[in-house]
Design a protein around this ligand. Structure first.
Ligand code: BGP
Length: 466
């Protein structure tokens, strides 16, 4: 059984949905010149084939969308603030009032329906100027700019927002320093030491923001957010088991620092072996002690580790081995509902802090069809099945005794994908009429999963057993 006050909802990010990329004084973000997604090439200027420039036009349609979330019974709505709406260049002396006013309207709209906003401060959308001029989080100055931004929004939205996440999937900076840390320098030119320095800056920034959030409003609850990638050994060969442990360490390093407040010993060993040093300023270790109130994560797939390098394949965000027992989505992401129960237990045993599943979902091709009542819908039984399987495992973890605050499925309304910047990779309960070519009316339609999720929320998970 799910706890009584379980926070059911959905998750989004500003750059993937808002559009209005230059409206009301917004500056460019690193996403505005990334038309092919995470690993794609950057363009000199924003180009019309970048679907994020219009997104799903949430900037103008937020009231209609939040009303639909309310109709499903959402208790929480995860969204991010576009940093470049608040500080268009990142290093501006004063915030942009029009940007601040936009989020006031969004939060007011949420509260109208009793929906609690869960806000990510930085979701892969560093202001472009910070990236180009300072090389993102490679510079210590970016820490100050981030903290100034965080303090500005904590003060402005005091009483309206109490759940905050500091950085989206902070651990992806190891493989994708541009999207995750705003690092402009080509990643091939970065040494491990360069990356670890940027990571240190992000971790310090996160801890400083956590401290500020608590000082500005003791009601604030701050979480870290990682891409959860449970790594299983491919075989019982102890060498594979140790390889899995090492790969898990690469991700746990982040939650360890953010939830425990200090660098784990295995990282110290790693640094020594790699002959890498992190430059720390006086007081950094003290700052890191400002640990988070809860641990949140996205969960899409698990991986297998092998000590035999010839078995490794380049998979999204890591080199690993596909799991021979699992099927995959149309985008090759392996489907492993039990991995969710596994990782929930892992995190809870390790940190003993409340957990929040901030993302999970199925990206799939959908077909809009007539619903028989003069309207249109999508018969997305595949999505219902995916989500049901995962939620049943969440329930199992609750039974295991894991303290879980809530679940926000990714892309509760169709939006532009992060990895490939497509619109045809859909996650939503709500279909948005816009395709990969940018064609469509932007009209919204309720999918079959819309009614399914509404019932799940209404029955607090009981209907999963029907
Ligand atoms: C996570 C990101 C999201 C989101 C999701 C799904 O890594 O935090 O921004 O997009 O993955 O990925 P995609 O959109 O590439 O399917």
């Amino acid at each position: 059984m799910f706890p009584k006050n379980f926070m059911w909802g959905g998750a989004t990010a500003a750059n993937q949905m808002e559009g209005a990329y230059l409206e009301d004084g917004k500056g460019l973000s690193i996403q505005d010149i990334l038309p092919r997604g995470v690993a794609g090439p950057r363009t000199e200027e924003p180009t019309p084939d970048n679907l994020k420039l219009i997104g799903i036009d949430f900037y103008h349609r937020y009231a209609e969308d939040i009303k639909l979330f309310a109709e499903m019974g959402f208790k929480v709505f995860r969204m991010s603030i576009a940093w470049a709406r608040i500080f268009p260049n990142g290093d501006d002396a004063e915030p942009n009032e029009k940007g601040l006013a936009f989020y006031d309207k969004v939060f007011d709209e949420c509260h109208k329906y009793g929906i609690e906003p869960l806000v990510t401060l930085s979701h892969y959308e560093t202001p472009l100027n910070i990236s180009k001029k300072y090389d993102g989080f490679r510079s210590r100055k970016t820490v100050d700019m981030y903290v100034k931004y965080a303090e500005t929004v904590f003060k402005r939205y005091k009483g309206k927002v109490k759940y905050w996440l500091t950085f989206n999937e902070i651990n992806t900076i190891l493989s994708e320093p541009y999207i995750s840390g705003g690092v402009w320098t080509d990643k091939k030119k970065l040494s491990l030491e360069d990356k670890l320095q940027a990571i240190h800056h992000e971790l310090v920034a996160s801890a400083m923001a956590t401290k500020a959030a608590h000082e500005i409003d003791p009601e604030n609850k701050v979480g870290c957010m990682v891409l959860a990638l449970p790594v299983y050994p491919l075989t019982p060969d102890p060498a594979d088991v140790l390889k899995a442990m090492e790969m898990n360490h690469n991700n746990l390093l982040f939650t360890d620092v953010q939830a425990r407040g200090y660098y784990p010993s295995y990282t110290k060993r790693w640094l020594k072996e790699q002959n890498a040093k992190i430059v720390m300023e006086d007081g950094d270790e003290e700052i890191l002690k400002n640990s988070v109130d809860f641990v949140s994560f996205s969960y899409y797939w698990s991986l297998c580790a092998s000590a035999d390098p010839s078995k490794l394949k380049e998979m999204y965000f890591s080199d690993a081995v596909p799991n021979p027992y699992l099927k995959a989505t149309d985008w090759g992401w392996q489907i492993d509902p039990q991995g969710l129960r596994y990782i929930l237990n892992e995190f809870y045993e390790r940190y003993q802090k409340p957990l929040f599943i901030a993302e999970n979902g199925l990206g799939a091709y959908d077909e809009l069809v007539e619903d028989g009542n003069g309207g249109y819908t999508v018969n997305d039984d595949y999505r219902i099945d995916f989500l049901r399987q995962h939620l049943l495992q969440v329930e199992q973890a609750v039974e295991d005794g894991v303290d879980i605050m809530g679940y926000t499925s990714w892309g509760c309304i169709d939006l532009v994908s992060a990895s490939t910047a497509e619109l045809d990779k859909r996650y939503g309960y709500i279909y948005v009429d816009r395709n990969n070519k940018g064609e469509g009316t932007l009209e919204r339609y309720r999918k079959k999963s819309f009614y399914w999720y509404k019932k799940v929320i209404e029955t607090n998970g009981e209907s999963l057993h029907e």
